[in-house]
Design a protein around this ligand. Structure first.
Ligand code: ZN
Length: 381
């Protein structure tokens, strides 16, 4: 395997700064489109052709097709690169966490770790391979989507369709803080329990009412008890809302649950238990929601991909660990349709989803070189 020379750190850092200074919260179509224009131009620069899949009130999911240096086969399944350019950060976050590089080599700013560094890394790997001019094993399709941070509702079908047609998927979400890749991710379910009671004046008609708050509180111990530490299942009662005023018997109460699971049948167990919950009459319970992202399984093919990445890293002079993530990503979708998936190939840093988000600048060229090595020689057949 020939590893092309590593790209210039300074160039990559400047490019990351440019992406970070384009704030791009999910749902802000004007800002997302402005960043999409920048990204398309950058990827066209490395020889990719762009298709924009535009969705009302969401923005555009970018499909970037890269045929590889001359001589790269065109009649084989491509490698799918998966990323997103929306962030969880509202406009103005840049004032609290401005773009800057400190003396410890950390690049700060909203979206540095999740996942604008990943976008820079992926593009520079392709640039590196183009510069080397040596054919690679497979062409590449990159999907850069605009709604990952709200569950990829409008991009899911696109991601799954491309995953089915691809040899394997590489996801450029952040690595763990120590740089480990993610070979397994928990699945996520979102459920809401709504109790309908009956409102009444708390002073004059108290006994005519039916208190939804009390009825909901009654079932919560059972809900919390659905967690199973040994099997890695958690049921978090994250939000409670109920009633309107102290002097009114509460007519309605809601509990919003976040359920995480590693084993697929655990989501079925929790779903079945939730639908069997009962509240005392005349209160009525309504259960809504379901699985948002299936679990990303650590399959033998995924382990094989990881081992290959690890061998490439060793040649480049560093070690690469693997880890299980509690958070979900679009890698959960690619894995669930049976495509070998390796996640966490983005920048190494910490603080994602907070105002203290950063990546180490040294991880940018290192990870780009890793991807270039992985794409240059790996056939995965
Ligand atoms: Zn992300």
């Amino acid at each position: 395997m020939t590893v092309p020379p590593a790209p210039d750190t300074e160039v990559m850092v400047d490019e990351l700064g440019r992406l970070v200074e384009h704030e791009s919260p999910t749902g802000d179509v004007v800002r997302l489109d402005a960043l999409a224009d920048v990204l398309v131009a950058q990827w066209e620069d490395v020889g990719a052709t762009a298709v924009r899949h535009t969705v009302d009130e969401v923005g555009s999911h970018l499909e970037l097709r890269w045929a590889g240096p001359p001589g790269t086969p065109s009649d084989v399944a491509p490698v799918l690169l998966v990323g997103h350019y929306d962030t969880v950060h509202d406009v103005g976050t840049l004032e609290r966490n401005p773009w800057r590089v400190d003396d410890d080599g950390r690049a700060w700013g909203p979206g540095t770790q999740d996942m604008k560094s990943g976008l820079v890394i992926a593009r520079h790997a392709l640039a590196q391979l183009m510069a080397a001019g040596v054919p690679v094993a497979r062409p590449v399709v990159a999907l850069l989507t605009a709604d990952e941070e709200v569950g990829s509702v409008s991009s899911r079908a696109l991601i799954e369709g491309h995953a089915r047609a691809s040899a394997f998927a590489l996801v450029f979400e952040a690595s763990t803080a120590s740089g480990a890749l993610k070979t397994q991710r928990k699945g996520v379910g979102l459920w809401t329990l709504t109790v309908h009671g009956r409102a009444a004046h708390a002073g004059q008609r108290f006994f005519d009412g039916c208190n939804a708050n009390v009825a909901l509180a009654d079932v919560l111990p059972e809900v919390a008890g659905l967690s199973d530490r040994a099997r890695g299942t958690t049921v978090n009662v994250g939000v409670l809302r109920g009633g309107t005023r102290a002097n009114v018997v509460a007519a309605r109460a809601d509990a919003v649950l976040d359920v995480r699971f590693t084993e697929p049948d655990e989501s079925d167990r929790v779903a079945a238990a939730l639908t069997e919950l009962d509240v005392a009459e005349p209160a009525r319970l309504e259960v809504s929601g379901g699985v948002n992202r299936p679990a990303m399984q650590r399959t033998p093919e995924t382990v094989q991909l990881y081992e290959r990445a690890r061998a490439c890293a060793r040649e480049l002079g560093f070690d690469l660990e693997e880890a299980t993530a509690g958070g979900a990503s679009d890698g959960n979708f690619t894995s669930a349709v049976g495509t070998p998936t390796l996640d966490g190939l983005g920048g190494v840093g910490d603080g994602l989803h907070t105002d203290e988000e950063y990546v180490y600048v040294t991880s940018l060229p290192q990870r780009a070189a890793l991807l270039a090595a992985l794409l240059s020689g790996y056939d995965a057949t």
